[in-house]
Write a new protein. Structure first.
Length: 396
Protein backbone atom coordinates (compact mmCIF):
# COMPACT_ATOMS: atom_id res chain seq x y z
CA UNK A 1 0.00 0.00 0.00
CA UNK A 2 1.39 3.39 -0.98
CA UNK A 3 2.16 5.92 1.76
CA UNK A 4 -0.50 8.64 2.08
CA UNK A 5 0.06 12.06 0.61
CA UNK A 6 1.06 14.87 2.91
CA UNK A 7 2.19 18.46 2.59
CA UNK A 8 5.88 18.80 1.76
CA UNK A 9 6.03 21.84 4.02
CA UNK A 10 5.24 19.58 6.97
CA UNK A 11 8.59 17.81 6.62
CA UNK A 12 10.58 21.01 6.09
CA UNK A 13 11.81 21.46 9.68
CA UNK A 14 12.68 17.80 10.23
CA UNK A 15 14.07 16.90 6.79
CA UNK A 16 15.12 19.94 4.80
CA UNK A 17 16.39 22.23 7.57
CA UNK A 18 19.06 19.78 8.83
CA UNK A 19 20.13 19.15 5.23
CA UNK A 20 20.37 22.88 4.55
CA UNK A 21 22.46 23.44 7.69
CA UNK A 22 24.76 20.55 6.81
CA UNK A 23 25.08 21.82 3.24
CA UNK A 24 26.07 25.30 4.42
CA UNK A 25 28.80 23.84 6.62
CA UNK A 26 30.04 21.45 3.94
CA UNK A 27 30.11 24.25 1.39
CA UNK A 28 32.13 26.35 3.81
CA UNK A 29 34.97 23.84 4.13
CA UNK A 30 35.44 22.91 0.46
CA UNK A 31 37.48 26.04 -0.43
CA UNK A 32 39.25 25.98 2.95
CA UNK A 33 40.73 22.48 2.72
CA UNK A 34 43.29 23.30 -0.02
CA UNK A 35 44.26 26.46 1.87
CA UNK A 36 44.90 24.40 5.00
CA UNK A 37 47.00 21.97 2.97
CA UNK A 38 49.05 24.85 1.59
CA UNK A 39 49.55 26.21 5.12
CA UNK A 40 50.91 22.79 6.10
CA UNK A 41 53.47 22.89 3.29
CA UNK A 42 51.68 21.07 0.47
CA UNK A 43 52.31 22.02 -3.15
CA UNK A 44 49.48 23.41 -5.26
CA UNK A 45 48.98 20.03 -6.95
CA UNK A 46 48.97 18.19 -3.62
CA UNK A 47 46.54 20.69 -2.11
CA UNK A 48 44.09 20.01 -4.92
CA UNK A 49 44.49 16.28 -4.38
CA UNK A 50 43.64 16.67 -0.67
CA UNK A 51 40.23 18.08 -1.63
CA UNK A 52 39.61 15.01 -3.79
CA UNK A 53 39.74 12.87 -0.66
CA UNK A 54 36.32 14.25 0.27
CA UNK A 55 35.01 12.24 -2.67
CA UNK A 56 37.10 9.23 -1.66
CA UNK A 57 35.50 9.36 1.78
CA UNK A 58 32.02 9.48 0.26
CA UNK A 59 32.75 6.48 -1.94
CA UNK A 60 34.12 4.53 1.03
CA UNK A 61 31.09 5.48 3.11
CA UNK A 62 28.26 4.71 0.68
CA UNK A 63 27.88 0.99 1.38
CA UNK A 64 28.42 1.20 5.18
CA UNK A 65 25.94 4.09 5.23
CA UNK A 66 23.20 1.79 3.97
CA UNK A 67 23.87 -0.74 6.71
CA UNK A 68 24.01 1.95 9.40
CA UNK A 69 20.64 3.30 8.29
CA UNK A 70 19.19 -0.21 8.48
CA UNK A 71 20.57 -1.10 11.89
CA UNK A 72 20.30 2.25 13.66
CA UNK A 73 17.50 4.03 11.84
CA UNK A 74 17.93 7.15 9.71
CA UNK A 75 17.76 9.69 12.53
CA UNK A 76 20.34 7.97 14.72
CA UNK A 77 22.60 7.40 11.72
CA UNK A 78 22.47 11.12 10.96
CA UNK A 79 23.34 12.00 14.56
CA UNK A 80 26.30 9.62 14.44
CA UNK A 81 27.39 11.21 11.15
CA UNK A 82 27.19 14.67 12.69
CA UNK A 83 29.26 13.51 15.67
CA UNK A 84 31.92 12.10 13.34
CA UNK A 85 31.82 15.36 11.37
CA UNK A 86 32.54 17.47 14.47
CA UNK A 87 35.36 15.13 15.51
CA UNK A 88 36.93 15.23 12.04
CA UNK A 89 36.64 19.03 11.92
CA UNK A 90 38.46 19.22 15.25
CA UNK A 91 41.29 17.18 13.73
CA UNK A 92 41.37 19.50 10.70
CA UNK A 93 41.75 22.51 12.99
CA UNK A 94 44.51 20.85 15.03
CA UNK A 95 46.28 19.10 12.11
CA UNK A 96 50.05 19.54 12.02
CA UNK A 97 50.73 17.58 8.82
CA UNK A 98 49.13 16.99 5.45
CA UNK A 99 48.74 13.28 6.22
CA UNK A 100 46.65 14.02 9.31
CA UNK A 101 44.57 16.51 7.32
CA UNK A 102 43.93 13.90 4.61
CA UNK A 103 42.73 11.40 7.21
CA UNK A 104 40.30 13.93 8.66
CA UNK A 105 39.05 14.89 5.19
CA UNK A 106 38.30 11.23 4.40
CA UNK A 107 36.16 11.02 7.55
CA UNK A 108 34.37 14.23 6.54
CA UNK A 109 33.46 12.61 3.23
CA UNK A 110 32.44 9.39 5.00
CA UNK A 111 30.11 11.22 7.39
CA UNK A 112 28.60 13.21 4.50
CA UNK A 113 27.77 9.90 2.77
CA UNK A 114 25.99 8.60 5.87
CA UNK A 115 24.07 11.85 6.37
CA UNK A 116 22.97 12.03 2.74
CA UNK A 117 21.95 8.38 2.53
CA UNK A 118 19.82 8.63 5.68
CA UNK A 119 17.74 11.51 4.31
CA UNK A 120 17.49 9.84 0.91
CA UNK A 121 16.28 6.55 2.41
CA UNK A 122 13.73 8.30 4.62
CA UNK A 123 12.10 10.21 1.77
CA UNK A 124 12.22 7.16 -0.50
CA UNK A 125 10.29 5.24 2.15
CA UNK A 126 7.59 7.73 3.13
CA UNK A 127 6.92 9.54 -0.14
CA UNK A 128 4.46 8.15 -2.70
CA UNK A 129 5.61 8.02 -6.32
CA UNK A 130 3.56 11.05 -7.36
CA UNK A 131 5.25 13.30 -4.76
CA UNK A 132 8.70 11.76 -4.70
CA UNK A 133 10.16 13.92 -7.48
CA UNK A 134 9.32 17.18 -5.71
CA UNK A 135 10.44 15.83 -2.35
CA UNK A 136 13.84 14.66 -3.56
CA UNK A 137 14.48 17.56 -5.95
CA UNK A 138 13.83 19.86 -2.98
CA UNK A 139 16.33 17.84 -0.95
CA UNK A 140 18.83 18.29 -3.77
CA UNK A 141 17.93 21.98 -3.88
CA UNK A 142 18.64 22.49 -0.18
CA UNK A 143 22.07 20.93 -0.71
CA UNK A 144 22.71 23.31 -3.61
CA UNK A 145 21.59 26.34 -1.62
CA UNK A 146 23.80 25.29 1.27
CA UNK A 147 26.82 24.75 -0.95
CA UNK A 148 26.19 28.16 -2.53
CA UNK A 149 25.90 30.04 0.78
CA UNK A 150 28.62 28.15 2.64
CA UNK A 151 31.67 29.76 1.02
CA UNK A 152 30.32 33.26 1.67
CA UNK A 153 29.57 32.57 5.35
CA UNK A 154 32.88 30.77 5.69
CA UNK A 155 34.71 33.77 4.24
CA UNK A 156 33.00 36.02 6.80
CA UNK A 157 34.12 33.80 9.67
CA UNK A 158 37.63 33.55 8.27
CA UNK A 159 38.04 37.31 8.64
CA UNK A 160 38.10 36.88 12.40
CA UNK A 161 39.33 33.31 12.82
CA UNK A 162 41.68 32.85 9.89
CA UNK A 163 41.62 29.69 7.80
CA UNK A 164 40.03 27.76 10.66
CA UNK A 165 36.92 29.92 10.35
CA UNK A 166 35.57 27.68 7.59
CA UNK A 167 35.90 24.63 9.82
CA UNK A 168 34.25 26.41 12.74
CA UNK A 169 31.33 27.30 10.48
CA UNK A 170 30.79 23.61 9.76
CA UNK A 171 31.06 22.81 13.49
CA UNK A 172 28.32 25.33 14.26
CA UNK A 173 26.12 24.08 11.41
CA UNK A 174 26.61 20.42 12.40
CA UNK A 175 25.70 21.11 16.02
CA UNK A 176 22.66 23.12 14.90
CA UNK A 177 21.55 20.27 12.62
CA UNK A 178 21.93 17.80 15.50
CA UNK A 179 19.81 20.00 17.76
CA UNK A 180 17.09 20.20 15.10
CA UNK A 181 17.10 16.41 14.69
CA UNK A 182 16.80 15.87 18.44
CA UNK A 183 14.11 18.51 18.99
CA UNK A 184 11.93 18.38 15.85
CA UNK A 185 10.01 15.16 15.29
CA UNK A 186 9.04 13.71 11.93
CA UNK A 187 5.42 14.39 10.88
CA UNK A 188 3.01 11.97 12.60
CA UNK A 189 1.70 10.74 9.24
CA UNK A 190 5.17 9.69 8.15
CA UNK A 191 6.04 8.05 11.46
CA UNK A 192 2.83 6.15 11.96
CA UNK A 193 1.81 4.98 8.49
CA UNK A 194 5.05 4.17 6.67
CA UNK A 195 6.88 0.96 7.55
CA UNK A 196 10.48 1.72 8.43
CA UNK A 197 13.15 0.30 6.14
CA UNK A 198 15.17 -1.13 9.03
CA UNK A 199 12.11 -3.12 10.18
CA UNK A 200 11.68 -4.79 6.81
CA UNK A 201 15.32 -5.13 5.83
CA UNK A 202 17.07 -6.12 9.03
CA UNK A 203 17.27 -9.72 7.82
CA UNK A 204 18.63 -8.81 4.40
CA UNK A 205 22.38 -8.32 4.06
CA UNK A 206 24.15 -5.91 1.76
CA UNK A 207 25.55 -8.70 -0.42
CA UNK A 208 22.13 -10.27 -0.87
CA UNK A 209 20.56 -6.95 -1.83
CA UNK A 210 23.29 -6.21 -4.37
CA UNK A 211 23.04 -9.71 -5.82
CA UNK A 212 19.26 -9.47 -6.15
CA UNK A 213 19.41 -5.99 -7.67
CA UNK A 214 22.43 -6.61 -9.92
CA UNK A 215 20.40 -6.21 -13.16
CA UNK A 216 19.29 -2.74 -12.06
CA UNK A 217 22.79 -1.71 -11.01
CA UNK A 218 24.32 -3.01 -14.26
CA UNK A 219 21.94 -0.90 -16.33
CA UNK A 220 20.52 2.11 -14.52
CA UNK A 221 23.45 2.14 -12.09
CA UNK A 222 25.92 2.55 -14.95
CA UNK A 223 23.69 5.24 -16.46
CA UNK A 224 23.69 7.07 -13.11
CA UNK A 225 27.48 6.84 -13.05
CA UNK A 226 27.74 8.48 -16.48
CA UNK A 227 25.28 11.20 -15.48
CA UNK A 228 27.34 11.86 -12.35
CA UNK A 229 30.55 12.03 -14.38
CA UNK A 230 29.08 14.51 -16.87
CA UNK A 231 27.65 16.73 -14.14
CA UNK A 232 30.89 16.76 -12.15
CA UNK A 233 32.85 17.61 -15.30
CA UNK A 234 30.97 20.91 -15.44
CA UNK A 235 32.57 21.96 -12.15
CA UNK A 236 36.04 21.89 -13.68
CA UNK A 237 35.15 22.70 -17.30
CA UNK A 238 33.77 26.18 -16.58
CA UNK A 239 36.73 27.51 -14.54
CA UNK A 240 39.38 25.83 -16.70
CA UNK A 241 37.92 27.18 -19.94
CA UNK A 242 37.60 30.65 -18.42
CA UNK A 243 41.30 30.56 -17.63
CA UNK A 244 42.04 29.14 -21.09
CA UNK A 245 40.45 32.12 -22.87
CA UNK A 246 42.24 34.61 -20.64
CA UNK A 247 39.51 35.70 -18.23
CA UNK A 248 40.54 36.85 -14.77
CA UNK A 249 39.90 34.53 -11.80
CA UNK A 250 37.36 37.02 -10.44
CA UNK A 251 35.41 37.06 -13.71
CA UNK A 252 35.50 33.29 -14.01
CA UNK A 253 34.30 32.93 -10.42
CA UNK A 254 31.47 35.39 -11.06
CA UNK A 255 30.29 33.47 -14.13
CA UNK A 256 30.49 30.20 -12.21
CA UNK A 257 28.40 31.75 -9.43
CA UNK A 258 25.77 32.99 -11.88
CA UNK A 259 25.60 29.52 -13.42
CA UNK A 260 25.13 28.07 -9.95
CA UNK A 261 22.38 30.59 -9.20
CA UNK A 262 20.45 29.54 -12.31
CA UNK A 263 20.92 25.93 -11.26
CA UNK A 264 19.40 26.61 -7.82
CA UNK A 265 16.29 28.18 -9.33
CA UNK A 266 15.44 24.99 -11.21
CA UNK A 267 15.12 22.45 -8.42
CA UNK A 268 11.39 22.77 -7.67
CA UNK A 269 10.25 23.06 -11.32
CA UNK A 270 12.32 19.94 -12.00
CA UNK A 271 10.46 18.06 -9.29
CA UNK A 272 7.08 19.16 -10.61
CA UNK A 273 7.96 17.94 -14.11
CA UNK A 274 9.16 14.61 -12.72
CA UNK A 275 5.95 14.03 -10.78
CA UNK A 276 3.61 15.16 -13.54
CA UNK A 277 5.21 13.81 -16.71
CA UNK A 278 7.69 11.19 -15.52
CA UNK A 279 11.40 10.89 -14.83
CA UNK A 280 12.42 10.64 -18.50
CA UNK A 281 11.08 14.13 -19.15
CA UNK A 282 13.67 15.50 -16.75
CA UNK A 283 16.80 13.40 -16.99
CA UNK A 284 16.92 13.09 -20.79
CA UNK A 285 16.44 16.83 -21.56
CA UNK A 286 18.77 17.74 -18.68
CA UNK A 287 21.57 15.56 -20.03
CA UNK A 288 21.00 16.69 -23.63
CA UNK A 289 21.20 20.34 -22.56
CA UNK A 290 24.27 19.67 -20.42
CA UNK A 291 25.96 17.71 -23.21
CA UNK A 292 25.18 20.40 -25.79
CA UNK A 293 26.49 23.18 -23.56
CA UNK A 294 29.69 21.24 -22.86
CA UNK A 295 30.09 20.79 -26.61
CA UNK A 296 29.57 24.51 -27.20
CA UNK A 297 31.98 25.65 -24.48
CA UNK A 298 35.16 25.08 -26.57
CA UNK A 299 33.65 27.30 -29.28
CA UNK A 300 33.48 30.32 -26.97
CA UNK A 301 36.24 32.90 -27.00
CA UNK A 302 34.92 35.88 -25.04
CA UNK A 303 33.04 36.76 -21.90
CA UNK A 304 29.64 37.04 -23.61
CA UNK A 305 29.49 33.63 -25.26
CA UNK A 306 31.31 32.01 -22.33
CA UNK A 307 28.77 33.34 -19.82
CA UNK A 308 25.82 32.38 -22.02
CA UNK A 309 27.01 28.79 -22.34
CA UNK A 310 27.75 28.62 -18.60
CA UNK A 311 24.20 29.77 -17.85
CA UNK A 312 22.82 27.15 -20.25
CA UNK A 313 24.93 24.58 -18.45
CA UNK A 314 23.53 25.67 -15.09
CA UNK A 315 20.00 25.44 -16.48
CA UNK A 316 20.55 21.89 -17.71
CA UNK A 317 22.24 20.75 -14.53
CA UNK A 318 19.54 22.37 -12.38
CA UNK A 319 16.83 20.70 -14.42
CA UNK A 320 18.27 17.41 -13.23
CA UNK A 321 18.18 18.38 -9.56
CA UNK A 322 17.37 15.32 -7.46
CA UNK A 323 16.82 13.09 -10.48
CA UNK A 324 19.39 10.43 -9.53
CA UNK A 325 18.00 10.24 -5.98
CA UNK A 326 14.46 10.00 -7.35
CA UNK A 327 15.23 7.23 -9.84
CA UNK A 328 17.12 5.37 -7.12
CA UNK A 329 14.10 5.64 -4.83
CA UNK A 330 11.78 4.46 -7.61
CA UNK A 331 13.74 1.28 -8.30
CA UNK A 332 14.72 0.50 -4.70
CA UNK A 333 13.20 -2.69 -3.26
CA UNK A 334 10.84 -2.60 -0.29
CA UNK A 335 13.13 -4.99 1.55
CA UNK A 336 16.68 -3.67 1.88
CA UNK A 337 15.88 -0.21 0.56
CA UNK A 338 18.63 1.58 2.48
CA UNK A 339 21.19 -1.08 1.52
CA UNK A 340 20.26 -0.76 -2.14
CA UNK A 341 20.43 3.05 -2.01
CA UNK A 342 23.92 2.78 -0.53
CA UNK A 343 25.00 0.78 -3.59
CA UNK A 344 23.09 3.12 -5.91
CA UNK A 345 24.80 6.19 -4.44
CA UNK A 346 28.15 4.43 -4.79
CA UNK A 347 27.67 4.30 -8.57
CA UNK A 348 26.74 7.98 -8.66
CA UNK A 349 29.61 9.05 -6.40
CA UNK A 350 32.13 7.06 -8.44
CA UNK A 351 30.89 8.95 -11.49
CA UNK A 352 31.23 12.25 -9.64
CA UNK A 353 34.82 11.38 -8.86
CA UNK A 354 35.71 10.11 -12.32
CA UNK A 355 34.32 13.12 -14.21
CA UNK A 356 36.98 15.67 -13.22
CA UNK A 357 39.70 13.01 -13.44
CA UNK A 358 38.63 12.19 -16.99
CA UNK A 359 38.79 15.87 -17.97
CA UNK A 360 42.30 16.11 -16.52
CA UNK A 361 43.47 12.90 -18.21
CA UNK A 362 42.12 13.79 -21.66
CA UNK A 363 43.55 17.30 -21.36
CA UNK A 364 46.97 15.82 -20.64
CA UNK A 365 46.71 13.44 -23.61
CA UNK A 366 45.06 15.84 -26.07
CA UNK A 367 43.68 19.34 -25.36
CA UNK A 368 41.23 20.95 -22.97
CA UNK A 369 38.77 21.47 -25.82
CA UNK A 370 38.77 17.75 -26.60
CA UNK A 371 38.33 16.93 -22.91
CA UNK A 372 35.31 19.22 -22.52
CA UNK A 373 33.74 17.87 -25.71
CA UNK A 374 34.30 14.32 -24.46
CA UNK A 375 32.45 15.21 -21.26
CA UNK A 376 29.56 16.37 -23.43
CA UNK A 377 29.58 13.03 -25.23
CA UNK A 378 29.37 11.25 -21.87
CA UNK A 379 26.24 13.28 -21.08
CA UNK A 380 24.66 12.15 -24.36
CA UNK A 381 25.43 8.50 -23.62
CA UNK A 382 23.98 8.91 -20.13
CA UNK A 383 20.79 10.38 -21.62
CA UNK A 384 20.46 7.45 -24.03
CA UNK A 385 20.94 4.84 -21.31
CA UNK A 386 18.48 6.57 -19.00
CA UNK A 387 15.88 6.74 -21.78
CA UNK A 388 16.36 3.02 -22.39
CA UNK A 389 16.35 1.71 -18.82
CA UNK A 390 14.13 3.94 -16.66
CA UNK A 391 11.08 1.81 -15.76
CA UNK A 392 7.54 2.98 -16.32
CA UNK A 393 5.52 3.94 -13.23
CA UNK A 394 3.80 0.56 -13.31
CA UNK A 395 7.19 -1.16 -13.26
CA UNK A 396 6.98 -2.41 -16.85
Amino acid sequence: MSPPKFDLWSIGPSVYLPSLLFGVGYGGIVPVIPLSARDLGASVATAGLVVAFLGVGRIIGDLPAGMLAIRMGERRAMLVALGVTVAALSVCIAATSVVVLVGAVVFLGFSAAVFGLARHAYLAEVMPYEQRGRALSTLGGTNRVGMFLGPFLGAAMMKGLGTDGGYWLHVVMAVAAAVVLMVVADPPSARSTAPRPQDRASRIGMRQVIRQQAPVLRTLGVAAMLVGAARASREVAIPLWGDHIGLSPATTSLVFGISGGVEMLMFYPAGMIMDRFGRRWVVVPAMLILGTSLGLLPLTGGIGTYAAVAVLMGFGNGLGSGIIMTIGADVSPDGGRAAFLGAWRLFSDVGNGLGPLAVSAVTALATLAVAVAAAGAIAYVGAALMARWIPRPNGQ
